[in-house]
Structures are given as C-alpha cells and as structure tokens.
Design a protein around this ligand. Structure first.
Ligand code: ATP
Length: 315
C-alpha cells in the first residue's frame, strides 16, 4: 500500500514536478554549455585598420550591374539582368508589382544571398570585397511595419547603438519629427511604450524605427515602406522625414506611397525581375504605362495621382 501511495504521489504530486524540474534544469545547463562553446570559438579576425579608423558615415552610392539571381535551380529567375544606380545622398524609390524583385534587391544588398551573375558595388567597391562587419556598419534597414520592442522609448532608440549620446538622440528625434511624441508621453523618453508598441501609432512606429536606424549613422538606408494606411498628417511627416534623412545618407526605398515616389530623386520601375524604366515621377507618368497604372491604382487611388507632384517636384 505504501508503495502504491508513493507511486500516486509521484504521478500527481511534487515528486513529478521535481523530476520535470530536474529535466528542464539539465536542458538549460546543456544550452548554457553550448553557448559557452560558441563564445569560445575564435573571433573573426578583424583587420587593425578597421578597428582603429573612425567609422565612415559618408552617404554611399549603390550600383547593380547586370545582376541575375534565382532562389533555386528549379525556380525562375527573381532578377534577370538588373542594372541601376542609387546615387549617393539622394532618395531612390523602387516600385513595381508584387513579385517584380524589389525585396530580392534588398536581400542581395544585405548579402543574404549572392548574385548568380553580375555585381553590386557600394561606392564603386564590390560588396564581395568588403568585410561583412563593414557592410553591416554601412547599412541601415527599416522593415515594413517595423517592430517596436517592449521597454522604454529610449531602449527602443538605443537598441542598435547603446553608446549614442544625448545630443545624437536629440538630433535624431528632431529629424524624425518625434519631439511631440516625446512631449506627449507621460515620462518622455523613459515611458514604456508597451509590448509591440501599442502606445504608438503606425506612423510613429515607423519613425521610431527610422530614428533607431539613423543612430547607427548608416551610409545607405534600406527602407521598406509599410503598405498599411497612414493618416494624412503621418503620411506627410513620413515623406518629410525620408527627404530629411536623404540629406545625410543614401535612401533606397521600396515605395508604396504616392507621396514618397513624387519626392524621390530617381524612381526605378521593376517588372518580372527586370528594370523597365528609370526616371522622375513626372517623366515616368509621361513615358511609362506600367508606372502610370501603379500611380493611379497601387500607390493611391485618388485624383492626386495624375496631378503635379505636390509641393516639390522630383529632381
Ligand atoms: P512584393 O511587392 O510582393 O514584396 P517584390 O517585388 O518584392 O514583391 P520579390 O519578393 O523580390 O518581389 O520576389 C521576386 C520573385 O522571387 C517572386 O517570384 C518570388 O516568388 C520569388 N521569391 C522571393 N523570395 C523568395 C524566397 N525566399 N524563396 C523563393 N522564392 C522567392
């Protein structure tokens, strides 16, 4: 009987919890041991010149030269001879229907994949000749519907560059038009902005993500504009912020908004893995059927699409 009671106690009671706990502890210890092994791996050798020279923050030009790429041998090419340049310090917009290859251009720039043919240069230097650490330092990336982390607004801004100073933070908040948000929040920068940024609107979330990227002083900012609607005020702010940012870094944006394409210095129209046309908003409206269709249907279904390019013509 005692043995039976002990068995029942084991099945339902604290002993089974103890045994489970011990198993979890073992799993945890094994994970820590693996982490230690990873930590003990020799660090990637870094050339002394990289570690001592100050970070190059000058805007970089990007050139794709006849880039071909397919995700697998059995797949049709995602990029089929793509060539274009995003000049240093301006804003270049990539537009095109779904599947045209816009995100693939970003993936190759980040070197998640290598082109099958052709080359990509940053300021005339092939990406393949650049240490990954240098490329990572040169690139900023703001994804669609960029996440806001749990924690304070300051945590969110400093996430990628914990060493940024107060002056830098103040400068970036001004440039991304976030000062009124900070003033509105009960504890300013120290306000917990909540899980997934529930305290922030969609427009504020995207500008926080841009501010976070800017604190790393990228030479090239890749911005995948959110497709979700913004109210008129936030849309204009985003447009102004992108323009402002393009003053100090090169901006390459996958554009979904008319307000963004009208102010781009250069628009690259992609279709089925190829570049179909390059020009300003006014030029493309005049010359390219697909662009005209995108402008009237995809970017915004409003009369503004065919009107002059607002308060700033594409350069
Ligand atoms: P969207 O506007 O819908 O994001 P896009 O212009 O960014 O489209 P890509 O995402 O670059 O287009 O896709 C180009 C082609 O490559 C498409 O045919 C797509 O199905 C394919 N593709 C994209 N990513 C992958 C992947 N990870 N694996 C396999 N095929 C992919």
């Amino acid at each position: 009987l005692i043995a039976f009671l002990l068995y029942l106690f084991y099945l339902t009671g604290p002993i089974s919890q103890l045994v489970n706990g011990a198993t979890q502890l073992q799993t945890g210890l094994a994970a820590i041991a693996r982490l230690r092994e990873i930590e003990d791996l020799p660090a990637e050798p870094v050339a002394p010149v990289e570690s001592t020279s100050p970070k190059n923050t000058a805007p970089a030009a990007v050139t794709l030269r006849d880039v071909h790429f397919q995700y697998g041998d059995d797949r049709s090419p995602a990029l089929n001879g793509v060539s274009f340049t995003a000049p240093a310090g301006g804003m270049t917009a990539l537009v095109g229907p779904s599947g045209a290859g816009k995100s693939t251009v970003f993936a190759l720039l980040e070197r998640f994949y290598e082109p099958n043919e052709g080359a990509i240069d940053l300021d005339g230097r092939p990406l393949t000749e650049m240490p990954m650490s240098e490329l990572r330092a040169a690139l900023g990336y703001v994804e669609q519907d960029a996440p806001v982390l749990a924690g304070t607004l300051r945590d969110n801004l400093l996430f990628a560059n914990p060493g940024a100073g107060e002056d830098e933070i103040a400068d970036v908040l001004t440039r991304t038009q976030l000062n009124d948000l900070v003033a509105r929040l009960p504890e300013g920068l120290e306000t917990a902005v909540g899980h997934r940024g529930q305290m922030l609107s969609g427009g504020e979330r995207q500008r926080v993500a841009i501010a976070r990227a800017l604190l790393r002083k990228p030479r090239l900012l890749l911005l995948d504009e959110a497709t979700s609607q913004l109210d008129a005020v936030n849309e204009l702010r985003l447009r102004d912020v992108i323009e402002e940012v393009a003053g100090t870094t090169t901006v390459l944006v996958i554009a979904h908004r008319l307000s963004t394409v009208t102010t781009a210095d250069r628009i690259v129209v992609m279709e089925a893995g190829q570049v179909r046309a390059v020009g300003s908003h006014a030029e493309l409206l005049d010359q390219d059927d697909l662009y005209r269709e995108l402008a009237t249907t995809q970017f915004l279904t409003n009369a503004e699409a065919m009107a002059p390019a607002g308060d700033k013509q594409a350069k």
